[in-house]
Every structure is written in structure tokens, then in C-alpha cells.
Design a protein around this ligand. Structure first.
Ligand SMILES: [Zn+2]
Length: 455
């Protein structure tokens, strides 16, 4: 990401040292550090992460923990306010589900509903160790409010559609640009909010819209986040004209900037080579793809080609869980089934996709690992669980296997974002979970009432 255009509010907090028997750094070789400390500076960034015996002197506060420290998980594809619509149309094919189940209800959704739905999903993710989510939705001001309230980090790429119900794509593009120019590309305490562009898909928008979005985003160094090749039938006209949607995106110039392709299930070798060459990120959403019977993305081939791959939950009406460690497990299961190969994806590979891989797919070098200089987005996993009954003094790969295959997110107890504790003993530290749940229940009931005919 370009360094300019940042209006990050500097944090000044009490420096904190976290001490734990195990640290999973998710650095480039997935180092596992025993008897580790993570030093968090007053600016919310990591000053030191490694073995305590090699650590510099420390005068600040120290918190001793008994389990595993690891990076906050990075969700690369979500529509989190759809927590309001959970359970609806769960057996429909994609186009039918969008047009007949989702979009009519979303058309009735007020900005305050979006805020409530985002808050509920943000709390759900934080409690499962997901510190960053990449969102494609509307009502961006309320999305910012929701994330600011829970203390999570988000990349908010406002959805752009050309449909008759919504605003024109031109107005959406102008709104996004104006907001970035006013607030900064990265904004908020601890740089918690990044703004970007979320064109829904090449099959929902005209070529001139995609071209204009690419130009506007590229000029601002902003991320473009778009659905690509999710289901086999969605993009027949685009395939007929350009060979594939990735080729179309290349034709309109979108691959020249920061581009994140969600799903990428139906990609051929030429598409994969194009994404690798262009540095395009892919948000692999295994559970959502399986639920929709969309297919299995060629994740092994993508990674072998050098494509930056992260994991996504997709929206909570598509999955229906906002649990990235479960996506890591599903990614490994499906990769193995798809290739008929038990070595197709290891637990280490899956953990790396959920952390470092997600940051890379977003083009971010300040999150996704526990390394000096990055934001202190850190998760503590309790090992008081049968998944870890064989102890912590097992080989590194066994420890990570126990986390990914057996434990999952149920063992997450505490979460810090930019060094600030946002989950404490499993509960959100900043917001009242039950009050948010009541708001969502009320909004969801209202969204069932048929829309009042236009006056
Ligand atoms: Zn999606």
C-alpha cells in the first residue's frame, strides 16, 4: 500500500508485554517460539516478538498467559451485516438467492440496521480471533461506527451495483472517492479502517464502470474487491466476450492496481498465471463455495503459481459462520479431497492462509503476523482444552495440527487490536453483546415485512 493519504489517529497507550509458553509468529517460515514475549509499544505496534531470553529490557506492564499467542486472523471476504438475514434462502442457487432472497430485504435495510448487523458480526468475529475483516457492503459511515465501537479492524470496500434499486454506479464511485479524500485511505485509531472500492462483479456492472473504478482506485492506491468466477453459470456473456472474467478485468486495467478477487473457483491456468503476474489477491471461501455447491477453488495451483491467497468467510447468510479457523480447516479438507492427496494442504499451510496469506492478499504488510513493526493484533488461545491434552511440549507441527484440526476457535479467550484488548475472557470488552443482539433481532423482524409500495 502507498504510504501517503493516511490519517491514522496515533494511539498512546500503556506499553504492555505479553508472556506465553508458545508464540506462533506466522512469519515467512511459520516460526514457533517457546517461552516467548510480545512487547507492545505505546503506538499499538509490536516492538519485539520472540524468545524472552533474547528480549530487550522492559519497564512496562507484563501480562502472563498460559496458552498460545498468535496473530489476529484476517478475513478477506465478508458481507458481515448480512447477519440480519442469516438463514434465508439457504438452499437457493446464487442468482435466485441474490435477486429473490437477499436484494429485496437489503433494499429495506436502513443505515442503522447495517450498523447493528455489522456490530453483531464484528463481535462474533473478534470472539473467534478474527481481528480484520474485508467487507463489501453499503452504509459505510455506519460500518465505520460499528467497527469503531467493537474495536475491530476492517477494510471497507463499499459495494457498487448498477441495479435499478440502488444508486447509480457513478454516484457510488464518487461517494467512495470523496470519503477517501476526506478521511484518508487508512484512518481511525491504530489505523483500524481502510477504505476501498467494492464493485460487485463483472456480470453486474458495465465495462465502463469497471474501467472507471480501476482508474479512481489506482489514483488513490485503494483496494478493489470484486467477486470473480464463483459459480459456473454466472458470467457466460463475459466469458464469451473475453475468455474469462480475469481476462476481462485485465482488459479494463483493474489488474494494474491493488485487486482482490473473491472466490476464484473457476479459474484456468491462464487466469492463474495472470493473477500471479499482476499480484492480484484471491479470497478463498471454502465453506461458502461448498454450501452453494459452487466447486473447489484451485488453491494448491494458485499458491504454487505464487498467487497471494487468503481465506474468507463470505457473508453470514452464505456460510453461515464468521469463523476463520473453521475456514482454515475446511480449506485443508477440501484441498485434500479435491486433489485426492492428504499432503495437498497441511495444518501449517492452512494457518498461514488465515493469517499472513490474508494480509498478503490485501496488499498489507502491517497485519497478519506477530513481527516487529506490525500492529499488535494478537490472539490468545487457551490450552485448557482436550485438543491440547497431549501438552505443549510436542513438535511444532503437531501443536499447529492440534490448533487447526482439533481446537478451532472455541479456545480463543483474549484478543488485542493495535495493542488494545477488545475481547477479555471470551467476551467483548467494549460493547454489550446482548444489547446488540436485541437490536439485530428487532431489525431482522422488520426486514421480513413486505416492502411498502412506492408512494
Ligand atoms: Zn461475497
Amino acid at each position: 500500500m502507498k504510504k501517503g493519504n493516511r490519517k491514522v489517529i496515533a494511539l498512546t497507550q500503556i506499553p504492555l508485554r505479553l508472556r506465553a509458553p508458545v508464540l506462533l509468529t506466522c512469519d515467512v517460515v511459520c516460526s514457533v517460539v517457546r517461552d516467548a514475549v510480545v512487547d507492545i509499544a505505546a503506538d499499538g505496534r509490536i516492538a519485539y516478538a520472540g524468545a524472552e531470553r533474547d528480549a530487550p529490557g522492559w519497564n512496562g506492564a507484563v501480562r502472563g498467559l498460559t496458552g498460545i499467542l498468535m496473530p489476529g486472523l484476517v478475513n478477506t471476504h465478508a458481507h458481515t451485516p448480512m447477519s440480519l438475514l442469516r438463514g434465508r434462502g439457504g438452499d437457493l442457487p446464487l442468482t435466485d438467492w441474490l435477486r429473490n432472497a437477499m436484494w429485496p430485504a437489503e433494499g429495506m435495510m436502513a443505515a442503522g440496521d447495517t450498523r447493528a448487523g455489522m456490530m453483531l458480526g464484528s463481535i462474533e468475529m473478534l470472539r473467534r480471533g478474527v481481528t480484520t475483516s474485508t467487507e463489501m457492503y453499503v452504509h459505510t459511515d455506519e460500518m465505520i461506527e460499528a467497527v469503531a465501537a467493537t474495536g475491530a479492524r476492517a477494510v471497507l470496500t463499499e459495494a457498487i451495483l448498477a441495479g435499478p434499486a440502488g444508486a447509480s454506479w457513478e454516484a457510488s464511485v464518487a461517494d467512495i472517492g470523496n470519503r477517501i479524500d476526506k478521511l484518508g485511505l487508512v484512518t481511525g485509531p491504530g489505523g483500524r479502517i481502510e477504505l476501498g472500492y467494492g464493485p460487485h462483479s463483472a456480470y453486474e456492472l458495465p465495462l465502463q464502470a469497471l474501467r472507471a473504478i480501476g482508474e479512481e482506485a489506482h489514483r488513490r492506491g485503494a483496494l478493489v474487491h470484486i467477486h470473480v468466477a464463483e459459480t459456473v453459470g454466472e458470467d457466460r456473456p463475459q466469458r464469451a466476450a473475453f475468455g474469462s472474467v480475469p481476462q476481462l478485468l485485465d482488459h479494463v486495467g483493474l489488474t494494474q492496481g491493488r485487486l482482490l478477487a473473491a472466490h476464484g473457483v473457476h479459474l484456468d491456468p491462464r487466469d492463474i498465471a495472470l493473477f500471479a503476474e499482476a499480484g492480484t489477491g484471491v479470497a478463498h471461501c471454502p465453506s461458502s463455495n461448498a454450501k452453494l455447491a459452487a466447486g473447489v477453488a484451485p488453491v494448491v495451483e494458485l499458491r504454487e503459481a505464487g498467487v497471494r491467497v487468503g481465506l474468507g468467510t463470505d457473508g453470514p447468510a452464505s456460510n453461515d459462520r464468521l469463523d476463520l479457523l473453521e475456514e482454515a480447516r475446511s480449506a485443508a479438507l477440501l484441498a485434500r479431497m479435491h486433489g485426492g492427496d492428504p499432503a495437498a494442504m497441511s495444518a501449517v499451510d492452512a494457518l498461514m492462509l488465515a493469517t499472513r496469506g490474508g494480509a498478503e492478499a490485501l496488499g498489507r504488510d502491517d497485519i497478519g503476523t506477530v513481527e516487529r513493526g506490525r500492529f499488535a493484533d494478537v490472539v490468545h488461545v487457551s490450552v485448557d482444552d482436550p485438543a491440547f491434552a497431549t501438552g505443549l511440549d510436542v513438535p511444532d507441527d503437531e501443536l499447529i495440527a492440534n490448533l487447526v484440526w482439533a481446537a478451532g476457535s472455541r479456545t480463543v479467550t483474549d484478543v488485542w487490536v493495535a495493542g488494545e484488548r477488545v475481547v477479555e475472557a471470551g467476551e467483548p470488552a467494549r460493547v454489550d453483546r446482548e444489547a446488540v443482539g436485541s437490536q439485530v433481532a428487532a431489525a431482522a423482524a422488520r426486514l421480513r415485512v413486505p416492502a411498502v409500495a412506492a408512494r
